[in-house]
Design a protein around this ligand. Structure first.
Ligand SMILES: *[C@@H]1O[C@H](CO)[C@@H](O)[C@H](O)[C@H]1NC(C)=O
Ligand SMILES: *[C@@H]1O[C@H](CO)[C@@H](O)[C@H](O)[C@H]1NC(C)=O
Ligand SMILES: *[C@@H]1O[C@H](CO)[C@@H](O)[C@H](O)[C@H]1NC(C)=O
Ligand SMILES: *[C@@H]1O[C@H](CO)[C@@H](O)[C@H](O)[C@H]1NC(C)=O
Ligand SMILES: *[C@@H]1O[C@H](CO)[C@@H](O)[C@H](O)[C@H]1NC(C)=O
Ligand SMILES: *[C@@H]1O[C@H](CO)[C@@H](O)[C@H](O)[C@H]1NC(C)=O
Ligand SMILES: *[C@@H]1O[C@H](CO)[C@@H](O)[C@H](O)[C@H]1NC(C)=O
Ligand SMILES: *[C@@H]1O[C@H](CO)[C@@H](O)[C@H](O)[C@H]1NC(C)=O
Ligand SMILES: *[C@@H]1O[C@H](CO)[C@@H](O)[C@H](O)[C@H]1NC(C)=O
Ligand SMILES: *[C@@H]1O[C@H](CO)[C@@H](O)[C@H](O)[C@H]1NC(C)=O
Ligand SMILES: *[C@@H]1O[C@H](CO)[C@@H](O)[C@H](O)[C@H]1NC(C)=O
Ligand SMILES: *[C@@H]1O[C@H](CO)[C@@H](O)[C@H](O)[C@H]1NC(C)=O
Length: 420
């Protein structure tokens, strides 16, 4: 009897425990009051109401639109009550939010992800936001933030930092790498950062994607960028960089995409591409490069897309098509190449787009182009001495050719031929 009774109690108790667990997992977490204050403060800073927030919304901010909570105990919280929730994610992208960010955002000390992209938020960044101990992903891109970044940044777990498409100014905030050494993506593009890049980015040894494009940066590429061995994408286009492209660029052996276009780089392109075995895109258009295409580039098996248009390159175009087995697109227009028209190009098996306009070749389109079966787009305007009849006689054999630009091929007539 005693045994049966004990057994029955044990069964009943464990049933109750299971029910309590089920109930608990169904019941939503109750927002921590300090997090709640921070979100209310944020809301009151915005000019317009935020749907799913505000007076008619639940008192429990864990239920508000864009807010994700986790239970305080699972986060190692010491505040006892098991239903207590802490805000870990806040995603309010594309909500037409206008106003400033309050300093009280710093109270969200369990926040891992903050995405406020595509809004109209302005003003400077509150320093407290850059001292959140758990923050991993910060996306403030496409807003109207301005001013320099705070001088102290301490985001030890930061992986993604995207503040592109704002109006930030001052010198490039390389000091972000002092405490946030694990950053993988740093996107500072389309702002007003100016001056030379100071040393500091080298501390971000895990960087994979670095974009500084469309700012007002001057001088050379800081040497420590060349130590970032994990870098796969480096975007430096549309700045005012000048001087030689450092040979340290060849140390970036993981690089897939390099864009240094529309800057003031000058002198020869360094012959350092032999160890960049993953490089697919090299975009160097609109600079002041002189000399020829370096052999390590013209023998690159990985290279897919090469654009060196609008530089001051000279001499004969030498490309080794036996090696350039991935090349799809080649743009060498608006340079001062003056050797023979490059005869070997049809041996680049995958080459589809060839732009050679505005050069000074000494020979007409060669007979070898009859075999150029992969060719889709050819532009040779103002570049060769040939006449249209002989050019067409050759190119009619190119079965995949759909766009042909031969403008200014003779001194008296302009031709533009498009076959679709
Ligand atoms: C809310 O979070 C703060 C900051 O971590 C903590 O000190 C406090 O005990 C929590 N309050 C409640 C009611 O859980
Ligand atoms: C709150 O709800 C009431 C009643 O449904 C409505 O009249 C009022 O406009 C709402 N207020 C806001 C701010 O949405
Ligand atoms: C932030 O939200 C926007 C809009 O939904 C999205 O495009 C972007 O990828 C998000 N950012 C991150 C880092 O997830
Ligand atoms: C690094 O973090 C410490 C501690 O928060 C802070 O005092 C310091 O200013 C930070 N350094 C930089 C360069 O932001
Ligand atoms: C900001 O950058 C991150 C990392 O590259 C990316 O995931 C996110 O989509 C970007 N944000 C927007 C709005 O494009
Ligand atoms: C980083 O760069 C690579 C190579 O260009 C690209 O495929 C990838 O989408 C980028 N990742 C992010 C998060 O921006
Ligand atoms: C590039 O790598 C070589 C060999 O590892 C090293 O000697 C050189 O200092 C590096 N250059 C730069 C600019 O990092
Ligand atoms: C070509 O480069 C020069 C400077 O080197 C620049 O002023 C011009 O705008 C560029 N032209 C095009 C079409 O990009
Ligand atoms: C051209 O490339 C092939 C294949 O990589 C190589 O064997 C040959 O030596 C190269 N020729 C020259 C002139 O570099
Ligand atoms: C075209 O290719 C064939 C076979 O590869 C070769 O025999 C012929 O000489 C080539 N013709 C021209 C004009 O290069
Ligand atoms: C020509 O174009 C067709 C259709 O796009 C494609 O299948 C074929 O591979 C191309 N030929 C060459 C030699 O690239
Ligand atoms: C070709 O040269 C002529 C004369 O210099 C110039 O008027 C024309 O715009 C040029 N065409 C192209 C496509 O560059």
């Amino acid at each position: 009897m005693g045994v049966r009774y004990t057994l029955w109690v044990a069964v009943a108790v464990s049933w109750l425990c299971i029910q309590a667990q089920v109930l608990h997992s169904q019941k939503s977490l109750v927002c921590n009051s300090s997090d709640s204050e921070a979100l209310q403060d944020l809301m009151s800073n915005f000019a317009s109401a935020l749907q799913g927030w505000g007076p008619n919304a639940s008192d429990n901010c864990c239920n508000w639109v864009g807010v994700k909570c986790e239970s305080s105990s699972s986060l190692g919280g010491s505040d006892g009550s098991s239903g207590s929730g802490r805000v870990v994610e806040l995603v309010l992208a594309s909500k037409k939010l206008a106003g400033n960010l309050p300093d009280s955002l710093g109270k969200l000390d369990q926040l891992r992800l903050l995405n406020l992209s595509h809004n109209l938020i302005e003003g400077t960044l509150p320093e407290s936001l850059l001292h959140l101990p758990k923050l991993q992903v910060l996306d403030l891109s496409y807003n109207e933030f301005s001013g320099p970044l705070p001088a102290s940044v301490d985001l030890p777990l930061l992986r993604v930092f995207n503040i592109s498409e704002n109006s930030f100014s001052g010198s490039l905030p390389v000091w972000i790498c002092t405490n946030s050494t694990g950053i993988q993506v740093l996107n500072l593009a389309v702002n007003y950062f100016s001056d030379v890049i100071k040393l500091g980015l080298g501390n971000c040894g895990s960087l994979q994607n670095l974009s500084l494009a469309t700012n007002s940066l001057t001088g050379g590429i800081s040497e420590d960028i060349f130590t970032l061995g994990q870098l796969v994408q480096l975007s430096l286009q549309e700045n005012s960089f000048s001087g030689l492209l450092g040979s340290g660029i060849g140390n970036l052996t993981a690089l897939i995409r390099l864009d240094i276009s529309t800057n003031g780089f000058s002198g020869p392109i360094p012959d350092v591409f032999q160890n960049m075995k993953k490089l697919q895109y090299f975009i160097g258009q609109t600079n002041g490069f002189t000399g020829s295409i370096p052999p390590s580039l013209s023998n690159s098996p990985s290279l897919t897309f090469l654009n060196l248009r609008n530089n001051s390159l000279t001499g004969t175009i030498v490309l080794n098509c036996s090696a350039l087995s991935s090349l799809v697109s080649l743009d060498l227009g608006s340079n001062s190449f003056n050797g023979p028209f490059p005869e070997d190009l049809p041996n680049c098996q995958k080459l589809q787009s060839v732009k050679l306009a505005r050069n000074k070749f000494t020979t007409p389109i060669p007979q070898s182009f009859k075999n150029f079966s992969s060719l889709v787009h050819l532009s040779t305007s103002n570049s060769s001495l040939s006449n249209v009849a002989s050019a067409l006689e050759i190119l009619q054999h190119c079965e995949n050719l759909t766009v042909l630009l031969l403008t200014g091929i003779t001194s008296t007539k302009n031709y533009e031929v498009k076959r679709v």
